[in-house]
Every structure is written in structure tokens, then in C-alpha cells.
Design a protein around this ligand. Sequence first.
Ligand SMILES: Nc1ncnc2c1ncn2[C@@H]1O[C@H](COP(=O)(O)OP(=O)(O)O)[C@@H](O)[C@H]1O
Ligand SMILES: [Mg+2]
Length: 252
Amino acid sequence: MIAIDGVSLTLQGTPILHDVSATLPKGELIALIGPNGAGKSSLLSLVARLIPLQSGRITVDGLPVDRTPGRRLARTLTIMRQDTGLAARLTVRELVGFGRFPHSRGRLTDEDRRHIAAALAEFDLTELAGRTLDALSGGQRQRAFVAMAFCQGTDYLLLDEPLNNLDMMYGRQMMRILRHLVDRQGRTVVIVLHDINYAAAYADRIVAMKDGRIIASGPPDAVLTTDGLEAMYGYRMPVHRIGDRLFIPHHD
Ligand SMILES: Nc1ncnc2c1ncn2[C@@H]1O[C@H](COP(=O)(O)OP(=O)(O)O)[C@@H](O)[C@H]1O
Ligand SMILES: [Mg+2]
């Protein structure tokens, strides 16, 4: 489980997060939603220790993130950031192989190579493995970055807007792969999503943020209500139920 307790954050004099507390259970697919600027990326960055903790407490599987050696934490948790810098001349295989760094420290073993091949296959990148990143479409590149995170082999995966640039087919495929990682491998996936219908369809739990606070948390049908969505996004949208699925048309 990821336990976040009383976390506040101020950056360059601006308060970003206000006393955020949340418990994210192990073995679930958890969608983090909310408007731009809500603090989603900042919260994930604190959990992954990309930003130092200023106040409160965060533990992952009991490990306090501010007091656990980086190498130890990197075997428990990995993050795919939103603003992934692009090393254009790397091949897809090299990029995915970076995920093994906490294990191999740069000298790949046969086991590392097996993990890399499995990650390439899982994300439909085998054919593209020898291509450099600058020769990929935005969606292919996005898949390569998620594959790198997956290849690290950690129990916890934090993915900041991994569906960016993906078409419908690959968006759906990505969500199905992540669901599979949770259901078959017991991994925990925390994913920032903008499409609330993906959150409705695939998440076990939704954590909704606004203005640096968590304003709702729970199963999709508890969080994705017309009133709840209005509180988040500022306008009313109908929530339909089709069988056991929620469907929220929000483009009118
Ligand atoms: N380094 C920074 N310095 C100052 N403000 C920042 C910094 N990074 C993010 N912010 C601000 O923090 C708020 C939350 O940002 P962010 O966590 O990226 O939100 P989200 O991912 O939900 O869109 C935004 O208002 C953003 O402008
Ligand atoms: Mg963000």
C-alpha cells in the first residue's frame, strides 16, 4: 500500500498541496483524476521522491520514501513522468533496457535481457525495438516509455498520463495491459487519466483532486457522479449506467 499522510507542498512560494492524506491499497488499479493544475503530478513526484518531502509522511510497502536508499526504492516503485525528456538517438530496446538499471547497474544479464524482451512483447514494440525514438510516432514513443517503467519490474507503477498521444486502439490496449498487470501479477498501478470513461471502465478506485486537495476517493460509481464531476470540473455532465458500466458523455 501507498500511505500518504498529511502531505503539504510549497514550490517557489506557492502552496501546491494542502494536507493531503490517502491510502492506496496494494494490488489495485487506481486512477488519479482532476483538472489541470490540481496537483496530480506533484503528488506522484513526492511519492517517487522526485521532489523532496517537505511535510507529512509517505510510505510505500512500509518504506518511508524520504529515508529509503534510492536503489531499494527503485526496486519497489517506478514512475513514468509526464514530461519525459526525449533522448532522440536511443533505440527502443536501449530505452526499455534502462528500466533494468536498478538491477543491472548498466551491465545487462541474461535475466535482464529476458525482461526487456518480455516488455517489448507486452507493449507491442518488438518490431520497433531497433528504431530510434525520433523515428517513432508520439504514441509509439509513449508506449516505449511505459514499457521501460514496466521493465523495471517493480510492484508499484506510477504512470503520469500514459495515454497521451495514444489512439483509441492503443489507449484501450494500454488499459487492458495495466489491468492484466494488476489482476495477474498483483502489481499496483496508479495512473493519471484525463478520460474519465477510461477511469470508469478500468479503475478499481478513483482519487479525485482539485486545487491541491483530494476531494473524493472511492470506487468509480461513488466518485463519478454528476455532482462529484461538477465539483471537479465545474460543469454538469450526465452519468449513464449501461449494464455494469458507467458512461459519461462530456462533449456537448
Ligand atoms: N516547480 C514548480 N514551481 C511552482 N509551481 C509549480 C511547480 N510545479 C508545478 N507547479 C504548480 O503546481 C500546481 C499543480 O501542478 P501539477 O502537480 O503539475 O498539476 P496536475 O498534474 O494536476 O496538472 C500548478 O498550479 C502548477 O503551476
Ligand atoms: Mg500533471
